[in-house]
Design a protein around this ligand. Structure first.
Ligand code: 3BY
Ligand code: FES
Ligand code: FE
Length: 423
């Protein structure tokens, strides 16, 4: 076979995978877990990468991680290294972290600060807008510097959240409306004046969809999350039909306080499968934040917050993030796929930028509950994956009352992939 034949064979294999994906999703009963290949097959994973992670808006981090000019962090979206950097004009830019010379990664650290972006291989140098400034003296007369700037990824920021999109064209939809709401709901926290207290990167041997499925239900909470359940109410909404009168009274009392303080709390959601969703939920009566004992994790409250009991404002962004905003600290979660059966879950804890470690907050205490919860969820995800890999696996039913969040996720996933496959 010559090179073209080889490329054609490869394309034909991907075309088959795309067709198989479309057929599997088309035939999928809405309230059942997915067929096995969608959780473990490498070709299906490539379709997920191409149709979801390389086309949709993804949460990557917070603007307060890059407070000053030249601050950057890096992130790997599947096989795509991306760098997020603060420009001199204050904007946050994202680029493919791959040199326009011969493709080396440019920023090799997880985070750092630079004046310019210098490739470690042959020192091609780019400014913070991605323009090529220097390529040595040996590239010949015909070489055009302007044609060799870094490739940009679309970037949007709102309420301190940074989203990137690797597609050529941004996806259509109501993402901007979600961002406006995010801006409004995040206002009390003054995110620009927060700092990263600590982060964890957890490797999980499970397909990314299993990580999200696990997060979208609390059916498993009672049996697995003793630390989290000290403070977290299992319902995902204040009007859950299963909730007791006591729960409703608690919600109403909290809502009255929040209204008086101008703290947004009402449920807002956008897109198919409530893809982007914000709701503030009270925590258990008598607890303030998600620490082991429910008492503050940081003595300095965030932004203009006065009330230590702001519950947790839950922010969901499919396909890859859920978040908990509280009075004294907030926690963001990011899921990124590595392969069909591997993912990375990154958790970051933020506090007021003037809070002093060891005085106002103790990192070990701050992270305790979600470290425990993440580890419990990792084991659940990995066991879920192992069972799904069996020839004995058969898609099983989701509970309508406990697992509607997964039904929604699957609705979004299925619609999005099918739409994107059609191009
Ligand atoms: O709290 C969360 O992030 C979600 C909600 C329910 C289960 N899971 C722990
Ligand atoms: Fe970057 Fe050569 S690959 S300078
Ligand atoms: Fe869990």
């Amino acid at each position: 076979m010559n090179q073209n034949d080889l490329i054609n064979t490869r394309n034909a294999t991907m075309d088959e995978a795309r067709e198989e994906m479309a057929n599997l999703l088309e035939a999928r009963p809405a309230n059942y877990s997915l067929p096995q290949p969608l959780y473990n097959d490498p070709q299906m994973f490539r379709v997920d990468m191409e149709e979801v992670f390389q086309k949709e808006w993804l949460f990557v981090g917070m603007t307060s991680e890059v407070p000053n000019k030249g601050d950057y962090f890096t992130v790997e979206i599947g096989q795509n290294p991306v760098l997020v950097v603060r420009d001199a004009d204050g904007s946050v830019n994202a680029f493919h972290n791959t040199c326009r010379h011969r493709g080396s990664r440019i920023c090799t650290e997880h985070r750092g600060k630079v004046a310019n972006l210098v490739c470690p291989y042959h020192q091609w140098t780019y400014d913070l807008k991605g323009n090529l400034l220097f390529a040595g003296t040996e590239m010949g007369d015909a070489f055009d510097m302007k044609e060799h700037g870094l490739k940009k990824a679309h970037t949007k920021t709102a309420g301190g959240f940074v989203f990137v999109c690797l597609a050529k064209n941004e996806p259509e939809g109501d993402f901007d409306e979600f961002l406006e709401t995010l801006e409004e709901y995040m206002e009390p926290y003054d995110v620009e004046n927060t700092k990263l207290a600590v982060e964890s990167n957890m490797y999980e041997q499970a397909n990314w969809k299993l990580v999200i499925e696990n997060n979208r239900e609390c059916y498993h909470c009672a049996g697995n999350h003793p630390e989290l359940l000290n403070t977290l109410l299992e319902w995902d909404d204040t009007n859950d039909p299963r909730a007791s009168d006591e729960f409703r009274e608690h919600c109403a009392a909290q809502a009255a306080e929040w209204d008086a303080e101008g703290i947004p709390h009402e449920h807002r959601s956008f897109g198919p499968g409530l893809r982007n969703r914000i709701v503030r939920m009270p925590l258990k009566k008598g607890t303030h934040v998600m620490t082991l004992d429910g008492e503050a994790g940081c003595k300095k409250l965030l932004g203009r917050v006065k009330n230590p009991s702001l519950g947790s404002m839950r922010i969901l962004h499919l396909p890859n993030s859920w978040n908990h905003m509280q009075s004294d600290h907030f926690i963001v979660f990011r899921v990124l796929p590595i392969s069909a059966q591997e993912s990375i879950v990154t958790t970051k804890w933020f506090v007021h930028k003037d809070a002093v470690e060891g005085v106002d907050y103790d990192v070990a205490r701050l992270r305790q509950v979600w470290d425990a919860t993440n580890e419990q969820d990792r084991i659940l995800g990995e066991e879920n994956q192992r069972g799904i890999n069996s020839i004995g696996y058969q898609p099983g039913p989701y509970s309508e009352t406990f697992e509607f969040g997964i039904v929604n996720f699957m609705e979004w996933y299925s619609e999005t992939v099918q739409k994107n496959l059609k191009g």
